[in-house]
Design a protein around this ligand. Structure first.
Ligand code: 25A
Ligand code: L14
Length: 345
């Protein structure tokens, strides 16, 4: 019989946390007991899970006593304070925030790409950035077959990545536009930055705050995390991250350079056999990935694959996935499943 685990979900009432709950049920994760932790604001409220009602508890260090797996998605400061406390009490933490991702002691894992890194864990595993997960899931099979030297990506990121309050803002702004009322902006591009712009009927070339080098933190996450996950410190990566008024599903225009000369047909073949990837590429029937069709789906969709006209080793791809699923909740649960299979839990 499979082991039954005690699971804690931190940030269950959030955009990612609620998807984690859905995935635990959908994938039949072996739960013996489960608890839901949030801020004091939500403690005492009730939450439905698999037909039963649970009371939300405040996330405190003691709340992790007896927990086997703790799924965190409540923001970086919550993980910084509580993930080590959970690990100290014997839980394996799977953390959705960026806080521990570049810590050399913390595995940063997309199971299809670097599952082997899980064995090196010391209590905390980091779930990568959503835009990074879908990109490396699609590029790893190509790297394994043809080598990879360079990646240039521009993203078209959905609003749900910024949490429930940002989604609410998109809805209110859209309604106000339609009603001819004044449109207010308080959250995007970044709640903690100085200026805010409407996302309804707009495109914002800033996700997260700016770092000193002119790239944003979101762009630097894509650059650094891609190299770490693919074990490729020499890989050249650059990113431009852009918010678009889409609810869920991140899209990416990606240009890559491979080591060995190859063809679009050979890349099709590799992607057709890749785990978690669905090839949607047939221009004769206008078949290509789009976020409204990726929403709610587990796969990472790839299409519009073209050979560059000036560089035989250059290829262009269009990659789309549900940022709350493969980009966050699904990948977290897949990490837990892989650890169970590999006797790490
Ligand atoms: O700090 P960061 O890194 O910048 O992260 C910012 C946000 O990104 C989301 C998540 O927002 C996070 O807060 N996030 C995290 N990882 C993500 C990922 N991989 C990610 N988004 C995409 N991809 P969220 O809205 O999705 O979820 C927030 C959850 O975290 C709980 N929480 C917050 N502070 C906490 C805490 N839990 C424990 N301790 C703390 N100190 C939060 O629960 C929610 O589950 P909550 O109780 O704080 O909020 C419950 C409901 O309250 C409403 N609400 C939200 N903000 C406010 C508010 N009400 C009043 N004032 C507010 N400021 C919401 O309706 C919420 O559902
Ligand atoms: O996982 O879309 O580092 O605003 C947190 C916020 C990813 C995207 C992370 C967003 C992100 C994100």
């Amino acid at each position: 019989m499979t082991k039954q685990l005690t699971v804690a979900v931190v940030g269950a009432t959030g955009a990612v946390g609620s998807k984690m709950m859905e995935q635990l049920i959908k994938r039949n994760f072996p739960i013996g007991d489960i608890k839901f932790l949030a801020s004091a604001r939500s403690a005492g409220k009730s939450i439905e899970f698999n037909g039963k009602t649970y009371t939300i508890e405040e996330a405190t260090p003691e709340a992790f006593e007896g927990v086997n797996v703790a799924l965190f998605s409540a923001g970086g400061s919550v993980s910084a304070a509580l993930a080590p406390e959970a690990a100290k009490r014997g839980a394996v933490v799977i953390d959705n925030t960026s806080h521990f991702r570049m810590d050399p002691e913390v595995p940063l894992v997309v199971p299809e790409v670097n599952r082997g890194d899980l064995a090196k864990h010391k209590g905390i595993i980091a779930n990568p950035n959503c835009s990074t997960i879908q990109m490396v899931a699609a590029l790893e099979p190509i790297r394994a077959a043809f080598g990879l030297t360079k990646v240039l990506v521009s993203t078209y990121q959905a609003v749900s990545g910024a949490g429930i309050s940002a989604l609410q803002e998109l809805k209110t702004q859209s309604a106000n536009w339609d009603a001819g009322k004044e449109v207010e902006a308080n959250i995007l591009p970044s709640g903690s930055d100085k200026r805010h712009f409407p996302i309804a009927r707009n495109v914002i070339p800033q996700i997260d705050k700016f770092t000193d080098n002119g790239f944003t933190y979101e762009e630097m996450k894509m650059i650094n995390e891609t190299k770490k996950i693919m074990h490729a410190p020499e890989l050249k990566v650059a990113a431009t991250c852009v918010r678009v008024p889409v609810v869920s599903g991140h899209s990416e225009s990606v240009y890559i350079e491979v080591e060995k000369e190859t063809t679009v047909q050979a890349i099709f073949e590799v992607l057709r056999n890749a785990p978690g990837i669905e090839l949607q590429d047939d221009i004769a029937t206008q078949t290509y990935p789009m976020p409204i069709y990726a929403e709610g789906e587990d796969a990472t969709f790839v299409g519009r694959i073209r050979q560059d006209l000036d560089n035989k080793k250059g290829f262009h791809l269009w990659i789309v996935s549900d940022n709350l699923l493969k980009g966050a909740a699904l990948n977290s649960i897949q990490i837990a499943e892989a650890m169970l299979e590999d006797n790490l839990l």
